[in-house]
Write a protein that binds this ligand. Structure first.
Ligand SMILES: C[S@@+](CC[C@H](N)C(=O)[O-])C[C@H]1O[C@@H](n2cnc3c(N)ncnc32)[C@H](O)[C@@H]1O
Length: 286
């Protein structure tokens, strides 16, 4: 792995994650032969507004059962499975973290979706797929860890077929900076690379996409985090939660995200970008 993203890989590499989730399900009294997507949702949808946002993005996507979709930066695959479950499409998820990919595969087998949902450990900057091989792309809150956003989006455009849509749900910067750290995606500033929304939009079009939908969802993110208080001392964590993915300081991370949203330091963008029909791969010739 390239040295400059090794620390990002390490951040997303918890030990024994699958067994910790199984222990949590057992503690909650779930029958392991009948685990549902809803049972996993507290731990496997690691993005702002969780499953509510996933369902909104599925509606926005227009993805259908005959399609093969690529989920870039899929985490442990919560929204990957939900997307396939709701639309009937086949989804391939990739993520930098081997630990997440191992867990994603095992959870998918646990709920018997492995025929339509597959996973590979890979970097978004070097996708192990041929040009034009997916009908759609889906990427939820990964861009924050990617410094070279043009390289990521050119690579995304390359593997998408002409006319295909990329659904991106991404944290961006805002008018004020710097951020308060740690946040859920980064322990410190060496792992977090946020562009202002308009600059992010510019990189998407430079990579060869046309923007079809552009929605600022910052107000909904602010509402979702409005009640988050500054943690005092050691407080209890739920049996299942995203702290299993990124550490027990999750309450501090959530509080800092709340402050960053309220003080105009981060924003939340939902966009659908389309690869033009006349483009067979990657960046447009200009
Ligand atoms: C905040 S999590 C979001 C996970 C998932 N999309 C979700 O919504 O549950 C960010 C994810 O991006 C992945 N990631 C970060 N940089 C990456 C890269 N260069 N290539 C692939 N995945 C990456 C991390 O490993 C992590 O799983």
């Amino acid at each position: 792995m390239v040295d400059d993203i090794q620390h990002i890989h390490s951040y997303y590499s918890p030990n024994d994650l699958y067994n910790k989730i199984i222990a949590g399900l057992n503690k909650l009294g779930k029958d392991l032969s009948q685990v549902t997507l809803d049972d996993l949702q507290p731990v496997d949808e690691f993005h702002i507004r969780g499953d509510t946002a996933t369902r909104e993005l599925i509606k926005l996507s227009g993805f259908t059962s005959d399609m093969h979709i690529l989920d870039v930066g899929c985490g442990i695959g919560g929204s990957t499975r939900r997307l396939s479950h709701e639309t009937g499409c086949t989804v391939t998820g990739i993520d930098l973290s081997d630990a997440y990919i191992d867990t994603a595969r095992r959870l998918t087998e646990l709920i018997d979706m492995q025929d339509r949902v597959r996973f590979h450990a890979a970097s978004a900057l070097d996708l192990p797929f041929a040009d034009n091989s997916f009908d759609g792309v889906w990427s939820l809150q990964m861009n924050m860890n990617v410094e070279d956003k043009l390289a990521w989006l050119v690579e995304t455009c390359r593997v998408l077929r002409p006319g295909g849509r990329a659904v991106l749900y991404e944290v961006c910067g805002h008018k004020n900076s710097p951020l308060y750290f740690p946040v859920p995606w980064a322990q410190d500033g060496s792992m977090s690379f946020l562009l202002q929304p308009e600059a992010f939009r510019g990189v998407i079009t430079s990579a060869g996409f046309d923007i079809e939908v552009w929605n600022d969802k910052t107000d909904l993110a602010q509402k979702a985090f409005a009640e988050v208080q500054e943690p005092v001392g050691e407080s209890e964590l739920p049996v299942l939660g995203v702290y299993l993915l990124v550490g027990k300081d999750i309450k501090t991370k959530a509080y800092n995200l709340h402050r960053n949203l309220d003080e105009g330091r981060v924003s939340l963008i939902e966009t659908v970008a389309v690869k033009p029909e006349d483009q067979s791969s990657g960046q447009s010739e200009q």
